[in-house]
Design a protein around this ligand. Sequence first.
Ligand SMILES: [Zn+2]
Length: 144
Amino acid sequence: MKCKAVHSKLIFFLERELPEPEMKAVQEHLAACPECALFAEEMKKTLSILETEKVSEVNPYFYTRVKAKLDRQSEIQPSGIRSSVLARVLQPVAFSIILILGIYGGVKMGATGAKTASTFTAEQEMVPYLNDMDVEPLETFLME
Ligand SMILES: [Zn+2]
């Protein structure tokens, strides 16, 4: 399994929503690929933060409203596809993860191609941007 495939399945892997063979494939890849393992670790942290917020139920009324909305949506568009309420709630998270993935991918490409002149310039341009974001893992990533 390729890293990209693993990344796209990771959220479902962490929610244990993958069919058994895929669960196994992802698990094996994570064991062999430190990069994906790290990514999985980050994602797990994000998910557990969401979980904690859900449990604390600071605003139960909000939750009720969201749930009512979700119920209504599933009435309007009953789908045969396996889409749990959780999956739908997590969709925005999945999108931001895809965004982060894009940044990771971009940095990785910059780092591996750093020897050619064009990517070197691109990397130069990226550095202040990264500093602005103050994302430590990305900077460590660049140093390697
Ligand atoms: Zn990998």
